[in-house]
Design a protein. Structure first.
Length: 488
């Protein structure tokens, strides 16, 4: 447990994205050799990654929209494949918090905050952040920092964990709770972190270029953060107050990028669509999103791809507001020009929400037949099939969901939908088992164990069901004991 909390402290105190900037030219780091690699085994790394994801789900901070998740997973895996550790396991997630931030964690977990994605001008800037975070992991920076954090206390670590999960600096009470420990930790390691940041920049830009992104994206994002910092005076976000962007760091990133080949430019349509979707989903009200889209549309310098994305985001906001017909017209106009999956899925979602279930199911069936492995289509199709409780449709949904569970075994939404399909079919045992797995993946280990224990006490289980359920209960109890959270 002490090992875990020290690692959490390092994650939150040291490696928020683009952190701890200062003036230095030194990039050659000492070889940590076996020492750095022996801090955590691969199995422990995997456990840490799983625990962190479960805790994020428990705090309900993850954005698990399948279109948004898939886009940034694809971007992350493309970069990781061109890093110096393409064999490394990574997990890429989006956190729904309006702060410009990102972090890397042991086990290969890399998180982007929604505020960072919305602040970016194009995909190259976000890819620059991801490549920087990937470099922190491939260069063992987290483990080197860990070795320097042996004296940090558990209360500070837990306070920092709370801070990042609720938004990376938001909230006076949270800031007050961690300020002393955060300041002390930063003071103790600033030179060390400075070296890591410059190395992550250097290696990240190379990864960015090899993956086919514009290597200028990293420097452009640094420059933007510097402008934000200067424009906000005494009230910048906590991240910018504690981690200023230096002139030399911007200059070095720009100089490196200038000496690398530039890829053929793309219209960035997929990025703009995902960005517009994220804005429509995370704005406080639909009207706030609509105002932003209108203001952006008034600019003369936007491309056709960005213009289409703004109309797409506007359609989502109008649907959230209940203006179904206006939203439908926008989506149909977009589909006439370009049959993008995002438009088709949104139109099907609108039909489902407005009571046109059969039309939605027909459209989703066509999409599923064309793209049978697509996660977003499969989820939405299964959801539509389960809406009216029809057993035949539920059987079809169950087939779709079982296939998706093979490729996405850690998606709690899949288990929830599968539980519903099993309930409709009258298989309450499978339904309760599936719900237990959903509880587990959302951080409810105790709830999962209780659900299965209640099921195990039923008299009508067959031998194989009882053996399977009992084995899973044992696994969950061992995990609770390991975490010091034995059932009460």
């Amino acid at each position: 447990m002490k090992k875990l909390t020290r690692l959490i402290l390092v994650l939150l105190c040291v490696f928020t994205s683009l952190a701890s900037v200062a003036q230095t030219e030194q990039l050659d780091l000492p070889d940590m050799g076996a020492s750095a690699n022996s801090i955590l085994s691969r199995a422990e790394e995997a456990e840490y990654a799983k625990a962190l994801l479960m805790q994020m789900r428990a705090y309900e901070v993850l954005n698990e929209d399948p279109l948004i998740s898939a886009y940034f997973e694809d971007m992350g895996f493309r970069l990781a494949a061109h890093s110096d550790r393409p064999d490394k396991a990574f997990t890429f997630v989006v956190i729904n918090q309006p702060v410009v931030n990102a972090f890397a964690a042991p086990g290969g977990v890399i998180a982007l905050y929604s505020g960072l994605i919305l602040a970016a001008d194009d995909e190259n800037e976000v890819a620059g952040v991801l490549s920087h975070e990937i470099a922190h992991i491939t260069q063992l920076h987290l483990y080197r920092a860990y070795e320097n954090q042996q004296a940090m206390t558990i209360p500070i670590a837990l306070a920092m964990l709370a801070l990042v999960l609720v938004g990376g600096g938001g909230g006076e009470a949270i800031q007050g709770a961690v300020m002393g420990g955060q300041a002390a930790a930063m003071q103790a390691q600033i030179f060390f972190t400075r070296q890591n940041e410059y190395e992550a920049d250097r290696i990240g830009i190379s990864t960015l270029s090899r993956a086919g992104y514009d290597p200028a994206g990293m420097g452009e994002f640094f420059e933007k953060m510097g402008r934000i910092n200067r424009s906000m005076g005494e009230g910048p976000p906590e991240y910018l107050r504690t981690h200023p962007v230096s002139v030399s760091r911007i200059a070095e990133a720009e100089n490196r990028a200038a000496n690398m080949p530039k890829p053929e430019p793309t219209d960035g349509r997929d990025f703009y669509l995902v960005q517009a979707r994220l804005r429509a989903m995370t704005s406080k009200t639909p009207d706030e999103a609509l105002d932003w889209f209108k203001h952006r549309m008034d600019r003369a310098d936007i491309s056709q791809a960005e213009s289409d994305a703004l109309f797409y985001g506007r359609a989502i906001a109008l649907q959230k507001k209940g203006n179904y017909e206006e939203a439908r017209k926008l989506l149909q106009n977009l589909i006439e020009r370009d049959h993008h999956i995002a438009y088709d899925l949104q139109l099907a979602d609108l039909d489902l929400e407005s009571g046109n279930d059969n039309r939605a199911i027909d459209q989703l069936a066509g999409l599923y037949n064309s793209f049978p492995g697509n996660h977003a289509i499969s989820l939405q199709y299964a959801t539509a099939l389960l809406k009216d409780g029809d057993t035949g449709k539920a059987d079809t949904a169950a087939v779709i969901l079982r296939k998706q569970l093979l490729s996405h075994p850690n998606d709690p939404k899949l288990y929830e939908l599968y539980a519903r399909s099993a309930n409709i079919a009258g298989d309450t045992v499978k339904a309760k088992e599936a719900m237990a797995e959903s509880y587990y993946l959302r951080g409810g280990i105790h709830e999962a164990a209780m659900q299965l224990q209640t099921l195990a006490n039923e008299d009508d289980l067959d031998y194989y069901q009882r053996a399977r359920i009992t084995a899973r209960i044992t696994e969950l109890r061992l995990e609770l004991a390991k975490l010091g959270l034995e059932e009460s």
